[in-house]
Design a protein around this ligand. Structure first.
Ligand SMILES: Cc1ncc(C[n+]2csc(CCOP(=O)(O)OP(=O)(O)O)c2C)c(N)n1
Length: 484
């Protein structure tokens, strides 16, 4: 935006605000580097609270802490930009001295080196100072970088006391929900990775800044030397895993479906082409409810399915998640297990680490019907209800890739229609995979694909989002009654 205004509207000011966690992403540096080159009128405010969701990780975070801790530097900056401004001559001289001083007391002034004017650090909770500094910076031309120190949760005692827990809060219910006792899918993964790590010393757990959300807290405590939070650097998390796999380690990348989108090139070029043994635990797949539309994991089946060598598992309950994680982990090559946010049907989880046969589906119930339901993943409750009410055969496919071709041939050849149900985009999804299979095998059959339609579903509860997508059991049933 600042680049667009540079020629046509040079007095227009742009302000970008970024957290110290977000600043660890490669893209932030790409933009900073370009900004230093273009020199548009932009003020970048770094809101540095020394925290990502949990502790921030990496050299940049250490660098900020050093700047922050440098008392001499603080002294120099006090009264710097704000009162020097009316005296341009003195300002320029002071800037020169300041830059040299900075090089002495805060070595590696990254932002200055990139071509931005660094100001700070200042106290972000001192509103008076903040307003004065920002007002003065309005008069400056070119890219300015204001480093503001804040405290996460400031002003709300419970949030200050539990900065991680209060990073993102949903509605706080006064009466505890019974369901909250039930293990979430992320906890099923968390238990699995600890158990598998106890059996295999080569297992390495990787997260791009989502220790809590991905259920890795227990693993990080039990196996700190095998746990890597790489910061908000999804691309790096995948290539890092590729490197580990080359050296015969067994990396497990725990990542949200939506965030893996950022590492697509790494997935193909660094992992899949070399057929490296990397397991992806793909959390928040499908519609995520209260995390909002940016967090919905609607596209992973479509974007993974076309990558050669990739195995894709779609467990339909907690027990299948555990067994398919073991299956994917023991498979020699890239394999993904996708599971949704929150809780599942509360299936009892067997303790052993038993793999399933790759690409084998499970027939759940057989009816003498001319239509069969193929379920791919988390919408099993809906699939069961629809199959029961309409008396249809139901198969839990478990894998999108490879498909269980034997079962498909057997059942599709004696049916008039298949109905696929999945918690992912219809376009390029699992139902499409079955259609492609039918076309390849010359199986002439009607099909109805249930999944996420070609539109963005508004932020709402998961139930509401599923409704909007036509994926409640009621809407599936009424559509089928119309069509069968
Ligand atoms: C690409 C991407 N990866 C991970 C996340 C999950 N996430 C949301 S906020 C956050 C921490 C951000 O920390 P920071 O930028 O310092 O902001 P703060 O909440 O501390 O103000 C993370 C990791 C995300 N939203 N997007």
């Amino acid at each position: 935006m600042a680049a667009a205004s540079k020629e046509s509207n040079p007095d227009k000011k742009h302000v970008a605000i970024i957290g110290d966690g977000a600043m660890t992403a490669g893209m932030a540096f790409e933009a900073l580097s370009h900004t230093g080159h273009l020199k548009p009128n932009v003020l970048i405010i770094l809101n540095d609270n020394d925290m990502s969701i949990s502790e921030n990780i990496g050299g940049l975070s250490n660098y900020f802490s050093r700047i922050w801790a440098s008392k001499i530097y603080k002294g120099i900056k006090k009264g710097g930009a704000s009162f020097l401004k009316p005296l341009p001559q003195a300002f320029h001289l002071a800037r020169k001295v300041e830059t040299q001083m900075k090089a002495m007391v805060a070595p590696g002034t990254i932002f200055e080196e990139l071509g931005l004017n660094y100001i700070g650090p200042i106290d972000g909770h001192n509103l008076k100072e903040l307003i004065t500094v920002i007002s003065n910076l309005k008069e400056f031309d070119g890219p300015q970088f204001l480093h503001v120190i804040t405290k996460k949760g400031a002003g709300l005692d419970p949030a200050e006391a539990d900065r991680i827990g209060f990073h993102a809060i949903g509605k706080i219910n006064s009466i505890k929900d019974e369901k909250s006792k039930q293990k979430k899918y992320q906890d099923i993964f968390g238990d699995w990775i600890v158990d598998m790590a106890s059996q295999d010393n080569d297992l390495i757990g990787i997260t791009p800044a989502m220790k809590e959300g991905s259920g890795l807290v227990m693993f990080s405590k039990k196996y700190p030397e095998r746990y890597f939070d790489v910061a908000i650097a999804e691309q790096h998390s995948v290539t890092f895993a590729a490197g580990l796999a080359v050296e015969n380690k067994k990396p497990v990348v725990a990542i949200y479906s939506t965030f893996l989108q950022r590492a697509y090139d790494q997935l193909i070029h660094d992992v899949a082409i070399q057929n490296l043994d990397v397991t992806f635990a793909l959390d928040r797949s499908g519609l995520v409810g209260e995390d909002g539309p940016t967090h919905s994991g609607n596209y992973d089946i479509a974007y993974l399915r076309c990558i050669p060598n990739m195995v894709i598992c779609t467990p339909s309950n907690e027990n299948e998640v555990r067994h398919l994680l073991t299956t994917a982990y023991l498979y020699q090559g890239p394999a993904t297990v996708r599971y949704p946010r929150g809780i599942g049907p509360n299936e009892e989880v067997e303790k052993d680490l038993k793999p399933y046969a790759i690409g084998k589906a499970k027939v759940i119930n057989e009816e003498n019907s001319k239509a069969i339901i193929l379920n791919f993943g988390a919408l099993i409750d809906q699939a069961i209800e629809v199959a029961k009410d309409l008396k249809l055969t139901l198969i839990d496919m478990r894998f999108v890739k490879p498909l269980d071709e034997d079962i498909l041939k057997e059942y599709l050849s004696k049916s008039d229609m298949f109905i696929s149900i999945e918690d992912g985009s219809i376009m390029g999804g699992a139902g499409s995979a079955v259609q492609e299979f039918c076309s390849k095998e010359n199986i002439n059959i009607k099909s109805i694909l249930f999944g996420i339609p070609d539109q963005f579903i508004e932020h709402a509860s998961r139930e509401e989002m599923l409704n909007e997508a036509g994926l409640s059991s009621e809407s599936i049933k009424s559509k089928l009654k119309e069509m069968i």
